[in-house]
Design a protein around this ligand. Structure first.
Ligand code: FAD
Ligand code: FES
Length: 259
């Protein structure tokens, strides 16, 4: 059940140009959040921008009663958020949405993250490990070496980390979906993906071709974040669905992929 609360900023650091990690105190979110869920954050006390911004839950610490967000500065809201100081409080609504599901019989999980899409995948690795999933692959893609985020963190949690960059500055040269396609010649598993829409579409196609289950975390512009404004709908085989409420995680087979 989501609640709206003031969360104190415990840590806030820039981890790369344009990218920030923010740790917030919340007994409620840390106790209740699932990987793949998100929170709506009010980025400043001002009325512009008025709306909260949706950000995925990046790490969850029940022990510390805190959770972390990882975000890229892309516009007014995230720019203002990047100026928030440790000790200040932010208005937060969450946890929201449905999160990734983990089937009891999963032996191998293959996580595919493109750019900022890796944000919800570290907490998913934590969860998969706690559920004793034997083998976890993390495939991380980005435009260049500098846009591959949290690689060290993934390597600490799982030995199977594969990297891909568009320009070949780190890992394989090419798209992370091609890395996935190549590895599926030898390895099968449940696929969890988050990243740009074009990447998700490619991953969904590859998963279908290989008859593998695939969950995708969809993003959409959001207003309310709780299923009332219908501002975030996407087309699925079962009609229009709300990303905030029915998602953001969907079975990739359900999505009607548009160009
Ligand atoms: C469920 C969910 C989880 C998300 N998790 C993260 C996360 O963990 N880290 C992160 O950095 N971002 C995440 N996002 C995206 C994030 O919400 C937006 O980047 C943010 O709202 C931008 O706010 P802004 O005021 O800075 O930019 P704005 O001024 O509102 O927009 C700046 C530019 O970004 C584009 N944009 C904004 N939001 C979206 C969107 N949802 N999809 C596509 N384009 C968009 C706008 O069209 C515009 O071109 C998530 C979005 C959703 C729906
Ligand atoms: S953002 Fe309002 S219904 Fe999804």
């Amino acid at each position: 059940m989501p609640i709206q609360e003031k969360c104190r900023i415990l840590e806030h650091q820039q981890i790369a140009p344009h990218y920030f990690q923010l740790t917030l105190a919340s007994a409620h979110v840390s106790a209740n959040a699932k990987p793949g869920q998100f929170v709506q954050v009010r980025c400043s006390e001002k009325y512009d921008p008025l709306l909260h911004r949706p950000l995925s839950i990046h790490r969850i610490s029940k022990k510390e009663k805190s959770f972390a967000l990882l975000y890229e500065v892309v516009g007014k809201g995230t720019e203002l958020l990047s100026q928030a100081k440790v000790g200040a409080e932010l208005d937060v609504l969450g946890p929201l949405g449905n999160g990734f599901s983990i089937d009891k019989n999963i032996q191998t999980a293959i996580l595919v993250g493109g750019g900022m899409g890796i944000a919800p995948l570290l907490s998913l690795v934590d969860k998969l490990k706690s559920e004793n999933v034997k083998t976890i692959y993390a495939l991380i893609g980005g435009k260049t070496k500098n846009s591959l985020l949290c690689v060290k963190d993934f390597k600490k949690l799982t030995a199977q980390v594969l990297l891909a960059t568009d320009d070949g500055s780190c890992g394989e040269k090419g798209l992370v979906s091609d890395t996935l396609s190549n590895m599926l010649d030898k390895i099968q598993g449940t696929i969890y993906a988050c990243g740009p829409r074009a990447m998700l579409k490619a991953v969904a196609k590859i998963s279908a071709k290989n008859k593998l289950n695939c969950q995708v975390l969809m993003e959409a512009r959001m207003a309310c974040g709780i299923g009332t404004c219908l501002g975030c709908v996407i087309k699925t085989k079962a009609g229009y669905k709300k990303v905030c409420d029915d998602g953001p995680v969907f079975d990739s087979k359900e999505i009607i992929w548009q160009s």
